[in-house]
Design a protein around this ligand. Sequence first.
Ligand code: HEM
Length: 414
Amino acid sequence: MHDKNASPAPPLFTWEFAADPYPAYAWLREHAPVHRTALPSGVEAWLVTRYADARQALADQRLSKNPVHHSESAHGKGKVGIPGERSANLMTHLLNIDPPDHTRLRRLVSKAFTPRRVAEFAPRVQELTDQLIDGFVAKGEADLIHEFAFPLPIYAICDLLGVPREDQDDFRDWAGMMIRHGGGPRGGVARAVKRMRTYLAELIHRKRENPGEDLISGLIRASDHGEHLTENEAAAMAFILLFAGFETTVNLIGNGTYALLRHPEQRARLQRALAEGDESLLATGVEELLRYDGPVELATWRFATQDLTIGGQRIAEGDPVLVVLAAADRDPERFADPDTLDLARRDNQHLGYGHGIHYCLGAPLARLEGQAALATLLRRLPDLRLAAEPEDLRWRGGLIMRGLRTLPVEFTAH
Ligand code: HEM
């Protein structure tokens, strides 16, 4: 499927690529829509970049999430998946398993992690958002990643799960370790994952003895009604909720705020709508920010369980397939003016939350946090502006996620 007449493929996974991968993705969509490449880890994988192929691949049950299907898994051990998860025995989580196990676990967690639980959590998210802004509003400047986008989701998920407030700063430290070293040295991440796992196992044990209204107690209760959730599965579930819901939301707030600051007319429009009490542009706007520069650049690993074709390209059994959500969501075959940020965009079935049976379980919570964070920032810091040149901002070099390391801003202190 490689277009032999085209210019050579642009370099992938360099620093320039991390700062702006979209031109390279446009090239791939056009000339090599299903492209085999060596990843920074050395593993070879297929990148799927067109919207139609991406959507189909995400729903294709012949692509397994279970790393045992990786042809290199015998010698490529530790190169795919979440660092440290093997040693901490957290492998049996939703993003690593297929039906029927996936169906059973997803049904159990869905009983406890309901849209209603999330809706009832809205006042707490607003309170957290305001408290974090209170912490820097008098300075007239802040790093919005470190002081706002990073702590908000970690405290929110800890609260939801039922981690006592006095222990939440430990999670903040472990999560900081994971995000700082993501894609870098793995030793620290593995240690942080292990500590989190030990803590969660103990917490599950305590909640079993002494249940409350929190999500962990809900998970335990769901398992007590006939179907079975082992302690290890409950720990893996709590862990994946933390892991999947943390850096993603950091990046939604970070990338989203950055895109608004770079598009003053769109931002002014949103600010006007909010001042008039109209939240409809906030709802479509957050979806558009997910499409335009979403937190998850590549969907998590998939492996071919048999020889198959995607977009006319033959993929061999055991080959890893990475669906490039960021490329699919800018496909001109699917979206009008895909490189334009339009907060009012209506026809916007983006893949930012994935598609099919692994569709993001936390989407209602992510929407709640993203909308609260952006609306509150714009309301309370109306003259918010970037305090760095865009060229000087650094993006994290991780494989799956896309997000800024820092986001320095200024505003009138009050
Ligand atoms: C799955 C994106 C926030 C929990 C996914 C997937 C994507 C995604 C793309 C599918 C991955 C794949 O198919 O390989 C996002 C984005 C978020 C976000 C963009 C923020 C803006 C959250 C939050 C939570 C969460 C807040 C929970 C607290 C999960 C879980 C899965 C998942 C548990 C696995 C579902 C399954 O395999 O059945 N997410 N996510 N996510 N997400 Fe999210």
